[in-house]
Design a protein around this ligand. Sequence first.
Ligand code: GTP
Ligand code: MG
Length: 202
Amino acid sequence: AQVAQADFIKSSVRTEDCPSDGLPEFALVGRSNVGKSSLLNTLVRRKKLALTSKKPGKTQCINHFKVNDSWYLVDLPGYGYASAPQELRKDWNKFTKDYFLSRSTLVSVFLLIDASIPAKKIDLEYASWLGQNQVPMTLIFTKCDKRKKKRNGGKRPEENVNEFQELIRGFFETAPPWIMTSGVTNQGRDEMLLHMAQLRNY
Ligand code: GTP
Ligand code: MG
């Protein structure tokens, strides 16, 4: 499972405007600053590809990146952007939720969770919504290279990862698959590519 080619295709503001070639896709979603762009760049080994994606809370775009001419990575705006006005946040919810529920080529939503800090309420709410709506998802823990810090709760990434899964257990009939990653050490890169290859071949 290697990436030979990756190209930015388009930014869409509505699900109906997304590419219609029927290729399978995986969407990256998570709080602002969780490491979505970094992860996308790590996966395709291109330092700046995801710079074309828009800042969360400001623009509302679904950004499609085509990989190996055969599938898409989709960068979505981050949620929980503190300075975004209430109205924008509502719009954001409506828009991404519509995408999750109606995009037929969406194979799995990758919910990114920062493993260097304790679980955040908004992440739990998000996981709960995806579970309730039976949207296929994979938990991607980011920043697993980070050492524990007192101000971040004093826990190791492994501990935060375990706690998060404990907290969301009740939201799912079957626990979602999960992968620990780092954009610094490339931890999880091969595992993610393999995971996506397996899901595409179902
Ligand atoms: P928005 O575009 O604002 O929604 O953020 P994002 O989710 O795209 O996060 P981005 O990739 O821009 O990363 C945010 C910050 O976290 C940057 O300073 C990154 O360098 C840092 N970061 C991202 N991934 C990792 C990681 O795996 N380890 C460490 N230590 N830092 C990371
Ligand atoms: Mg980003």
